[in-house]
Design a protein around this ligand. Structure first.
Ligand code: SIN
Length: 351
């Protein structure tokens, strides 16, 4: 082969490989920290490590197999332990996602996140992302430096979910430990185990097995493109506190929430959202001051529905099957639009 022929052959091969790379879907990985980016002193350390240490490019480089699935690029949003998540970061993340998904050349988003509040960020985004392109949250229970770290395979699987056409329109998803869950129903169920993300009540949406993404169901509740919430102009959210009921509850936390300026209270009640009589007096007083009270349950399963006529007469709203922490986010967003109790109950019935 002449020198010229060699050059032509090389240029054809190069063009083909660029075209192949260009054919892969584009996925942006937004990093927020967490154990998936955690660094410990030894390979056996699965506790006592520093979360959010490792930068996103290092996490991506550790899984070169991702390059066979998608054209990925990373962006560090924050580097935190997710127990420190705050409204400012949620809004920043949501706005950035909406900006990226509006671009033709972004096909999906993966968010690396600490597992502690991953379900809250997922549900918040489920309510405010304005696109049906896939948005997938992923974390890990073992730090990146641990033996049998779960992060690399979780990250690869999250990208697989983000590029899968069946993920379109399913709302925000959580891909962890070979399972796909929907943002509304997923929760962290175990403090340390890798099989921690479950939807114990309404069930998982699907699996990632053998590299294949498989769906079996989807949420019927409003989300993403069909959601009425818009965060584009928001810089804060109304204060909503969660009060956890217990034996001897004397309502001191309700008084504290009122004093702190809460616009809403989510009461994590006993049983079907029941309220201790001493706390009830304080909640009635708070409601009369215009604070919206949503009854939720500390049980973890089952809808909170009107249990005694008195609660409805007192204008306490029902939180449906949402966990108290997700009911809080929905109430915050609802309060950005209305204080009308019928409207807020409609919102709880639809999302
Ligand atoms: C965190 O939530 O940032 C720490 C715990 C974890 O990611 O598993």
């Amino acid at each position: 082969m002449s020198f010229k022929q060699t050059l032509i052959a090389l240029s054809v091969a190069l063009t083909a490989s660029v075209a192949m790379a260009g054919d892969l879907p584009n996925v942006r990985i937004l990093a927020t920290g967490g154990t998936i980016a955690g660094s410990a002193a030894s390979a056996t350390a699965t506790t006592g490590y520093e979360a959010g240490k490792i930068a996103i490019q290092t996490l991506i480089d550790a899984v070169p197999q991702i390059n066979d699935v998608a054209d990925v690029s990373g962006e560090q949003i924050v580097k935190i332990s997710s127990n420190n998540m705050d409204t400012a970061t949620l809004l920043k993340l949501a706005k950035r996602i909406n900006e990226l998904l509006a671009q033709k050349d972004v096909d999906g988003i993966v968010i690396t996140h600490g597992t502690d509040t991953l379900e809250e960020t997922a549900y918040f985004l489920n309510l405010v992302v304005k696109s049906d392109k896939p948005v997938v949250l992923v974390g890990a229970m073992r730090p990146a430096t641990a033996m049998s770290a779960d992060g690399p395979m979780n990250l690869l699987n999250a990208v697989r979910v983000a590029v899968n056409k069946d993920s379109v329109g399913k709302g925000v998803l959580v891909a962890m430990n070979d399972e796909i869950n929907g943002a509304r129903d997923v929760t962290k169920t175990n403090t340390t185990n890798v099989a921690t993300f479950k939807a114990p009540e309404l069930g998982k949406l699907g699996y990632i097995a053998g590299g294949k993404v498989m769906y079996y169901k989807e949420s019927t509740r409003r989300h993403t493109k069909n959601s009425e919430f818009d965060v584009s102009k928001l810089t804060s959210l109304p204060r909503v506190d969660i009060l956890y009921s217990h034996v001897d509850d004397d309502g001191v936390l309700a008084k504290a929430a009122v004093a702190a300026g809460a616009k809403g209270i989510v009461h994590a009640g006993t049983g079907n959202g029941s309220i201790h009589q001493n706390a009830e007096k304080e909640l009635v007083a708070a409601q009369k001051k215009g604070i919206v009270i949503v009854r939720s349950a500390r049980v973890g399963n089952g809808p909170t529905v009107p249990s005694v006529a008195r609660y409805t007469e007192q204008k306490f709203l029902d939180g449906d099957t949402l966990s108290p922490q997700k009911a809080r986010l929905l109430l915050q967003l609802a309060l950005t639009k209305t204080t009308d109790l019928k409207e807020i109950q409609r919102i709880f019935d639809e999302y």
